[in-house]
Design a protein around this ligand. Structure first.
Ligand code: SF4
Length: 621
């Protein structure tokens, strides 16, 4: 171990124990960094190594890990990301979430690569990390405040308007099982309940500030790749122009848009809630992350009928789907209000919308009545009812207290057949992509250690002739000279593509680099070499990503998950009630066969357990 900084890394871990108030600095060396890369790789390594089996995710023994990678904070489009992880209170397996904004770059400038937060503070606190030091400070005065008030109060207390803050609002404090960790007011480490873990530790925020410049071994290589990306910004012009959600009308036509809790197939109101509609009506600007000229985040302003504070940003695609089509709502103001409330309270928009859509379907089937909803007419399409449920969940009031457990636990409690309407994998509510249409993505949902994760996944639609939808192209989907496969296929060639695309996403999440930027496998390896000085290759990076995926699998097995948990909700084995997929459903046997083939490609046995040979090959002790 060495304490010197080296290309792309500070070589330092900050370890904070909130139970006894200690702060320690530990060193990591270059060999360790090369093996695990950073971000998602570091988070997976420390959680696997340091958490005991049967860890209570909301107990002091759980650990919360924030990690950056070698690319974080260098002047390059897409370099403003980092990874956060812990044992998930929602899935019981690993939760790992990537997020943008400026926090990661600032944390790296503060002199660390990783912060591991252990224990539980007896009182509410926040952590302030700056230029190689860290202090635990009282948060008694800000516990209970929303995210905007909290950031303002911490910046005032530190007398520093430029401090970057990762934080929770009341949703995290109330341990909503799908609470997220906000970074600023627009960006969330969204999935798996990381905000509830933070709340369980009485940790309100982690504020960072630093003046160290990131180390780069060969600035010329980085400069050349930066120039290439800037010269090729037209490849992401759709994101710059609309942000996410520009293809929603097309999604509704082909069947990719979830409608009324994945039950139905037509939603004419979709044109009211697209990114184009947002641009034409409520958008007042676009925002972005550190060093990124793409600026894909919408800034909106609404005064009536719901006032929406523009500080919380506008809804991106997942949020438009979750509170919009999946709840049968085409009221853009209501969806935008729901998005802002989630950001103020720190709850995940996908799981919040998915759980409300679940409750709406229960209500329409008489499983929930106005007696349980407190008089709320919780039917699909009722925007006011949806907004009341967002409030109720964040504050754990009435039915909201049950829904705050996530749709799977809520369904068990509600009973009477409610489980059929809980649309999740490993208790994580599905994101806004249709498994019936995207069969490889459906398999990705099944086997992903996080549950239904769309980020570390392949979108089959990329293999379909997408007409004038420019962000979806076959050439982007088939890398490294691999063979293509039909878009509706779930045979071995498609599964091999799923694996290689998943590994690319993990490479990006480890480096840490935004997945929206079209750096190729080769450019990513070149970039890593430029920053670190290593003579690295695409193959070395793929192996590191496979190591990370395997460590996540091992983590889940140790925490009690099995192949039985790699399964889809029954709904997807039946068609939608109407629309493009009214005669299309997944075949359970074919999906089971695909799962077995995926296991074999990953070097996992028929029970989904990594073989000793695979562990030896990847160097996992
Ligand atoms: S493309 Fe969008 S999300 Fe990605 S780094 Fe740039 S601004 Fe952030």
């Amino acid at each position: 171990m060495t304490e010197e900084r080296f290309g792309g890394y500070n070589g330092k871990i900050l370890r904070v124990n909130l139970s006894n108030g200690t702060v320690k600095i530990e060193a990591i060396d270059e060999a360790f960094c090369r093996k695990y890369i950073g971000g998602a790789g570091f988070v997976s390594y420390f959680l696997l190594k340091e958490l005991e089996p049967d860890t209570d995710p909301l107990g002091p023994e759980n650990k919360l890990v924030f990690a950056v990678g070698p690319i974080t904070g260098i002047p390059l489009p897409g370099s403003g990301r980092h990874c956060v992880g812990a044992k998930s209170p929602l899935t019981g397996g690993i939760a790992k979430s990537e997020v943008g904004e400026f926090w990661g770059a600032e944390f790296k400038s503060a002199g660390f690569d990783v912060v591991i937060i252990e224990g539980k503070s007896p009182e509410p606190v926040y952590l302030y990390i700056h230029d190689g030091e860290a202090q635990i400070k009282s948060a008694s005065g800000i516990w209970g405040k929303d995210t905007k008030e909290t950031i303002g109060a911490i910046r005032d207390a530190e007398n520093d308007k430029k401090a970057r803050v990762a934080l929770i609002g009341p949703g995290g404090e109330n341990k909503v099982r799908f609470a997220c960790i906000m970074h600023g007011l627009e960006d969330a480490a969204g999935r798996g309940g990381l905000g509830a873990v933070m709340g369980s530790k009485n940790l309100k925020a982690v504020a960072v500030r630093g003046t160290f410049k990131p180390t780069v071994a060969n600035p010329e290589i980085v400069k050349a790749l930066r120039k290439w990306m800037v010269d090729n910004l037209d490849k992401v012009a759709n994101f710059s122009s609309f942000g996410t959600g520009g293809a929603m009308t097309y999604y509704e036509q082909v069947g990719n848009l979830p409608i009324r809790n994945f039950r139905d197939g037509t939603f004419p109101g979709v044109t009211n809630i697209t990114a184009q509609a947002i641009k034409e009506t409520i958008r007042v600007g676009m925002d972005g992350c550190f060093a990124c000229p793409v600026k894909c985040k919408k800034v909106i302003e609404i005064k009536e009928p719901y006032e929406v504070d523009k500080a919380y940003g506008g809804p991106e695609y997942e949020t438009l789907g979750a509170f919009g089509s999946s709840c049968g709502i085409d009221d853009l103001a209501a969806i935008s209000k729901a998005s802002a409330l989630c950001n103020a309270y720190s709850i995940d928009t996908i799981s919040t919308g998915g759980t409300i859509a679940f409750a709406m379907e229960c209500f329409e089937n008489g499983i929930l009545t106005t007696e349980e909803t407190g008089g709320i007419d919780l039917k699909f399409g009722n925007a006011d009812a949806m907004l009341k449920m967002v409030e109720a969940i964040a504050h754990r009031e009435g039915l909201g207290d049950i829904l705050a457990e996530g749709s799977a636990r809520a369904a068990k409690k509600i009973g009477n057949g409610a489980e059929a309407f809980s649309i999740q994998v490993k208790n994580l509510e599905l994101p806004m992509h249709e498994p019936r249409l995207n069969k490889a993505m459906a398999l990705g949902f099944m086997v992903n250690p996080h549950g239904a994760d769309h980020c570390c996944n392949l979108i089959d639609l990329a293999f379909k002739d997408a007409g004038d939808t420019p962000s979806v192209t076959v050439s982007d989907a088939v890398p490294l000279g691999m063979e293509s496969a039909p878009f509706d296929d779930i045979g071995p060639k498609k599964i091999a593509l799923l694996k290689i695309v998943q590994l690319k996403k993990i490479i990006f999440d480890s480096l840490t680099l935004c997945q929206f930027l079209p750096y190729s496998y080769e450019q990513t390896a070149e970039l890593t070499a430029g920053v670190t000085g290593w003579n690295t290759t695409v193959m070395e990076q793929l192996r590191a990503a496979e190591r990370t995926m395997t460590m996540c699998r091992l983590f889940n097995i140790r925490q009690g998950l099995t192949a039985e948990d790699d399964k889809l909700p029954g709904r997807f084995f039946e068609p939608t009630t109407d629309g493009a997929l009214s005669e299309t459903a997944l075949d359970p046997e074919k999906m089971e066969t695909a799962k077995r083939y995926y296991y074999s490609l990953m070097g996992w046995d028929e029970k989904g357990v990594p073989t000793p040979e695979k562990l030896e090959e990847l160097g996992i002790e």
